[in-house]
Design a protein around this ligand. Structure first.
Ligand code: ADP
Ligand code: MG
Length: 592
């Protein structure tokens, strides 16, 4: 287990500080992660990678000449926020467009896609290839749903080599896609990892047993067996991968490939070499020509004991690109011509401005800030429960992610209100802070929810029930646009959509905000409970659908809790009773 930390919640930030202090020759820190500290020629496509922290050398350790131009570094096992990705991409961009690549996880997809949209709106060309190498995470028919593990390295390297060779953005995307199609991985685990400060491992595998196909964040495996011998493990990994050849390759015989035997954190190099000895023999028997074998740690999962094998099937172009030199903190190949240090200062951080607001809107700002504070308080009270719900089929971080996000949102809302912001800006700042600090899928979506409500309400009018309902409807549309989940997929959408629908109906029929909200919160609570009977079709829980039957979706449940808590606050602050008494409908602001 991990033993050394100061404040567990500061671990990722402090890790990045130390990583940059030790590697200034390669990287410099920018808001959201790191970019190369060396000069990059103008017009070169910028390759931006990223993901949660806890996977070193992924992702910061892979930034440097011949590899990535920048890495967005999220919290431990949590996707970087949209703002982090955007900030790193802006700092890395040299006029040739931005190429994003990262492992295919829901939270990363949401945040990178949202950042990509924002960059495109600024006029920066962007393209993305998500890495989908893990063959155990979905069938070949649903290959696009597979997650990314150690195969990240091949796709990143090919994209970067192409960028350095002067390929344009479209061509970088083409070869990266080809590399991803020709990269397949399969892994096993013996023990789970323990995050700094956690009492328990994130998941566990019974003593003497091995989880087959387990994900690098502890997403459950597809099978479990007794721990095999090193040779038997080599046979399992190699056999599975040789049984699934990439499109266009009919037989392994005569093909060239790069094997990567990856340790996930607590498997010794010596053990890996014993396994690799047999992998090499099996590949030779299959008639493949092995080039540049990699045995070591390329994508870890803290102190998880496990290993994966990746096979990267080359063609002539991929071989040529693979053969180029690389020099990064954690990965070196060949000898690069060292580029000069880039003397430019880090890009200036934008201090979110406070736009002018009407007096009515400013008067309501403290109410909005209190609503965000109520959300944070209810999340604090349920943090363990939310973590437990997410552990059943997800990765167990919903409680801590929501807590980080809601606390940051609370502070940002209060600050904006104190600086004289209107309601809309208070909520928009809260949303940005939430997604920035929470990471993960739900963090990005709560950012969308608060920002959408804030933008719809604006800073001019004092919102009534109808105005708030319009904001929540925009939030529901924003969440389904970004997350692509529909009602019935077992996500927070299952609570958010009924909440929005009920709020609109009640507001349209003339109810006060407090009454309409109370009715909508009840609808959300019922709908969240009903998700227990659904099978997840989106997000991390999808590969383990059956496991979650009987348990409500964590994101839907937390949304219902927050809706209920804010409903109680509204009832108190407007004096509206919970009974159907329509006489008490002051939308006034005399109390704040
Ligand atoms: P992560 O899945 O990145 O670990 P969290 O654990 O914080 O993030 O949140 C998980 C919740 O996010 C799920 O319970 C679900 O409600 C929600 N979620 C996941 N994917 C989607 C999606 N595509 N659209 C809407 N909600 C989603
Ligand atoms: Mg989770």
């Amino acid at each position: 287990m991990t033993r050394l930390w100061n404040e567990p919640s500061a671990f990722a930030d402090e890790m990045i500080d130390g990583f940059v202090a030790a590697n200034g020759r390669y990287v410099r820190r920018v808001p959201g992660g790191v970019v190369r500290s060396t000069v990059v020629p103008d017009g070169q496509v910028a390759v931006v990678i990223g993901g949660g922290s806890g996977h070193y050398p992924a992702f910061g350790g892979l930034v440097g000449q011949g590899l990535a131009h920048g890495a967005a570094m999220g919290n431990l096992f949590a996707s970087p926020s949209t703002q982090q990705v955007q900030s790193v991409a802006n700092a890395a961009h040299r006029g040739g467009g931005v190429f994003f690549s990262y492992g295919n996880y829901a939270g990363d997809v949401l945040n990178f896609d949202a950042a990509q949209d924002r960059l495109r709106a600024e006029g920066i060309a962007c393209a993305t290839v998500t890495v989908t190498d893990d063959i155990s995470s979905a069938s070949i028919e649903e290959r696009h749903k597979r997650r990314g593990i150690a195969g990240d390295l091949t796709v990143f390297r090919i994209a970067a080599a192409a960028a350095e060779a002067g390929y344009d953005l479209g061509e970088v995307e083409r070869v990266a896609r080809l590399a991803n199609d020709r990269t397949r991985s399969f892994g096993v685990a013996f023990t789970g990892c323990t995050l700094p400060g956690a009492e328990q491992p994130l998941f566990s595998v019974p003593e003497g047993r091995m989880a087959v196909g387990l994900g690098i964040h502890g997403e459950p495996g597809i099978d479990e067996t007794d721990v095999p011998t090193a040779d038997e493990l080599a046979e399992l990994l190699t056999g599975r991968l040789l049984a699934e050849l990439p499109d266009g390759i009919d037989s392994a015989d005569g093909q060239k490939l790069v094997p990567i035997l990856n340790g996930l954190g607590a498997v010794k190099y010596e053990e890996l070499f014993v396994v690799y000895r047999r992998v090499a023999a099996l590949l030779q028997e299959a008639g493949v020509e092995v080039l540049d074998p990699h045995v070591g740690e390329y994508c870890t999962s803290f102190d998880m004991a496990g290993t994966s094998l990746t096979l990267f099937w080359l063609d002539d172009e991929l071989e040529r690109l693979w053969d180029t030199p690389v020099d990064t903190p954690a990965y070196r190949r060949g000898s690069v011509v060292a580029a000069a240090q880039d003397e430019r200062a880090a890009s200036v951080e934008d201090t979110a401005a406070i736009p002018a607001a009407s007096a009515e809107s400013r008067a309501l700002a403290p109410v909005a800030a209190r609503a965000v504070a109520a959300a944070s308080e209810i999340v604090d009270a349920h943090v363990d429960e939310l973590g437990r719900l997410d552990q059943i089929a997800g990765d167990g971080d919903h409680g801590i992610g929501m807590q980080r996000g809601a606390r940051a949102a609370r502070a940002a809302a209060q600050r904006a209100a104190e600086l004289g912001a209107g309601v809309g800006t208070v909520l928009a700042h809260a949303g940005d802070a939430w997604s920035d600090r929470a990471g993960g899928t739900s963090g990005a979506l709560w950012g969308v929810i608060l920002r959408s409500i804030g933008e719809t309400i604006g800073d001019d009018d004092a919102p009534d029930a109808i105005g708030v309902a319009a904001g929540v409807a925009a939030a529901a549309r924003g969440v389904t646009d970004y997350g692509k989940a529909e009602v019935g997929d077992k996500t927070m959408v299952d609570a958010l959509v009924p909440f929005s629908t009920e709020l609109t109906i009640a507001a349209d029929s003339g109810a006060s905000l407090a009454h309409a909200w109370a009715a909508a919160a009840e609808a959300a609570t019922r709908a969240a409970a009903a998700t227990a009977e659904l099978l997840p079709r989106m997000g991390r829980a999808r590969p383990h659908a059956e496991k979650s039957l009987g348990t409500p979706d964590p994101g839907a449940h937390s949304l219902a809790l927050i809706a209920t808590a804010i409903g109680e606050l509204l009832a108190e602050s407007t004096g509206a009773p919970d009974a159907a008494d329509a006489s008490a409908t002051p939308e006034s602001t005399e109390r704040n």
